[in-house]
Write a new protein. Structure first.
Length: 169
């Protein structure tokens, strides 16, 4: 009797483990059909073009007196910041800090910009987004090293970490 009951118990466990294996297989298939869900927070250094107006007085050697002078100077501003990237299947978005968004820009979804021409590969995520008609930066994320580059009229380079949505403390 104990051998038969042991055999029945073993068969029941085998059947249950088969059910869990099949359920896990369905979950993997559903996830593959739905695509990946990746949330990243990327820390690094940004660069943007700045325009400064300088005015003052300058000695005019021809007139032998001081005259007013005004100049516009362009330069680069570097600062540390973070961007967020969200990939859900075949759609992705990037969230830029306010310092990187130009004064004249297109519409965003609460600060999130849609990535176009998206390619989610095994080793790389690549796309571009449109801030305005002249500024269409490209985004490249290396999935092995976590390095991100945003290249356009604005630039950002850094390293991404997965954001699981849980609080740290």
């Amino acid at each position: 009797m104990t051998a038969i009951s042991s055999l029945l118990i073993a068969m029941a466990f085998a059947a249950q483990s088969g059910q869990y294996e099949v359920a896990g297989q369905y979950e993997r298939q559903e996830r593959a059909q739905r695509g990946e869900d990746i949330q990243l927070v990327c820390y690094g250094e940004a660069e943007k073009t700045t325009l400064e107006n300088h005015s003052g007085m300058e000695w005019d050697y021809d007139k032998h007196k001081y005259v007013q002078k005004s100049t516009l100077e362009t330069g680069k501003s570097h600062f540390d910041t973070a961007v967020n990237v969200s990939v859900q299947g075949s759609a992705a978005q990037i969230r830029l800090p306010k310092q990187l968004v130009p004064p004249i820009h297109g519409d965003s979804n609460n600060g999130w910009w849609d990535l176009m021409d998206l390619v989610v590969g095994h080793d790389e995520i690549r796309g571009r987004f449109q801030l305005n008609s002249l500024n269409r930066p490209t985004v490249v994320i290396n999935r092995r090293s976590g390095v991100i580059t945003v290249d356009g009229m604005i630039k950002f380079g850094g390293r991404c970490d997965a954001d699981d949505g849980h609080r740290r403390f």
